[in-house]
Design a protein around this ligand. Structure first.
Ligand code: ARG
Length: 457
């Protein structure tokens, strides 16, 4: 018996319809959740006297056998079944006979699939949080090693003010930390069990929904059965969190690509994380970062897809909701592949402090500090800004950095300049004077890195 619902039909389903309607080709990955949900449901039915103890035991052991056989590959998925729920139930009935036919008492595939997907996402959230933790551990390691590695900070991709590599990586630490926290917020909000909602209106059997929820590790049962079968908000939030995380990975990729370019040479990707060209022998391309940047479209697509699918659905369950799976699975697989790749890519990447520092020195990144110097000598900031602006023009003309000018040259622009200007605009001073919380100075970063390590536990 491949179908669960043949009774009221006189004709066989059209082949194309079956193919279009079936979800087993992709929802098969929900089998551990589906079986676990069924085991708890059957246990609850037994406890409530809705089925006998003997039936309950037969169901539980039959389901455990199915789980074991799927795990070991002994029980293959065959495409006569519509979805994972039909597959498991039909197999159970084949194995244990009539008792198996009682499993679906007080339950619908609508609350069943709502449960399966929620448990699946809950498991994935904890796995992705762990992957993010490993990634953050690598980020903080780079920070620790580069507290005094000066580099230019950019705005508009133009050199702006000097920072350190630790500070720059610290910005990514914050982004991916928020991604992790966003995931735990979602896990907390979605922690209500839909099983027991039935098709939409609950059931007439005396189910113990609190028991089911507790046994399945939820905080409690969902509070409205129509919402229980049709809520996909948590999936939208989850895909939103993945989309943001992917956006961060994409920005990070973009910087790696720029930094790894011949013009920048701030980093060199390890051979194992680069690819070559079939025609140009000299090439070593950052394909992994580019591909990750490119995959952003899929994840945004998954989010746009589910938002669109859900927007016009009347309460309660409609088959449209089956579309919640494929792209979600794809988004999960994509992020779960990328995070370990990035963790290893930054671990093996060679940073080039000397090139970063030279770049910070020759791009007038200390111009703001030079203006601030004049302010300390009593020049109003707006005037100081104008003076340094003219000096930058002069330096560009002479192909010099501000630091290269003689004191006489400084004084041609303002009488206020003294010997101490050189120290005031050195890279080290520029960074070290930025002491406030969140700024790049050595001490601020040491404090910050300690807090990052505490967070990672
Ligand atoms: N495969 C379906 C899904 O993923 C399971 C629920 C089917 N329910 C129904 N009434 N047809 O949504």
């Amino acid at each position: 018996m491949a179908q669960l619902w043949g009774g009221r039909f006189t004709k066989k389903t059209d082949d194309l319809v079956k193919k279009f309607n079936d979800s087993l080709p992709y929802d098969r990955r929900l089998y551990p959740q589906d079986i676990r949900g069924s085991i708890v449901h059957a246990t609850m039915l037994g406890k409530q006297g809705i089925i006998s103890d003997e039936e309950m035991r037969a169901i539980v052991s039959g389901l455990s056998g199915i789980l074991h056989d799927i795990d070991s590959g002994k029980l293959p998925f065959t495409d006569e079944y519509e979805d994972i729920h039909s597959f498991v139930e039909a197999n159970l009935i084949d194995r244990i006979g009539d008792a198996g036919k009682k499993l679906h008492t007080g339950r619908s595939r609508n609350d069943q699939v709502a449960l399966d997907m929620k448990m699946y996402v809950r498991d994935e959230i904890s796995e992705i949080r762990e992957l993010l933790k490993s990634f953050l551990t690598e980020v903080v390691t780079v920070m620790e090693q580069n507290i005094d590695t000066f580099m230019p900070g950019f705005t508009h991709l133009q050199k702006a003010q000097p920072v350190t590599l630790a500070h720059h990586m610290g910005a990514y630490f914050e982004m991916f930390r928020r991604d992790r926290e966003r995931l735990s917020d979602i896990a907390e909000r979605m922690d209500l069990c839909p099983l027991g909602s039935g098709a939409l209106a609950g059931t007439t059997y005396p189910l113990d929904r609190n028991f089911t929820a507790r046994e399945l590790g939820f905080n409690g049962p969902c509070r409205n059965s129509m919402d229980g079968v049709s809520d996909r908000d948590y999936l939208i939030e989850f895909l939103d969190a993945l989309a943001i995380c992917q956006m961060h990975l994409s920005r990070f990729s973009e910087e790696i690509i720029i930094w790894n370019s011949n013009e920048y040479r701030f980093v060199e990707l390890d051979d194992a994380y680069s690819t070559g060209s079939s025609i140009m022998p000299q090439k070593k391309n950052p394909d992994i970062a580019e591909l990750a940047r490119g995959k952003t479209g899929r994840i945004y697509g998954a989010l746009a897809s589910i938002l669109t699918t859900m927007k016009g659905i009347p309460l309660a369950y409609d088959k449209d909701m089956q579309e919640d799976k494929e792209m979600t699975f794809d988004a999960i697989d994509t992020v779960k592949t990328e995070l370990p790749l990035f963790t290893d890519m930054i671990r093996t990447m060679r940073f080039r402090p000397e090139i970063m520092e030279a770049s910070a020195k020759n791009g007038f990144t200390n111009a703001t500090d030079a203006a601030d110097y004049l302010v300390t000598k009593g020049v109003p900031f707006r005037d100081a800004h104008g003076i340094i602006g003219r000096m930058v023009l002069y330096c560009i003309d002479k192909s010099k950095a501000l630091d290269d000018l003689s004191l006489e040259e400084f004084r041609q622009f303002s009488e206020k300049f003294d010997e101490d200007i050189y120290d005031a605009i050195s890279l080290k001073t520029c960074v070290e004077k930025r002491l406030t919380t969140g700024a790049p100075s050595h001490q601020a970063m040491v404090d910050e890195i300690r807090a990052c390590r505490d967070y990672l536990g």
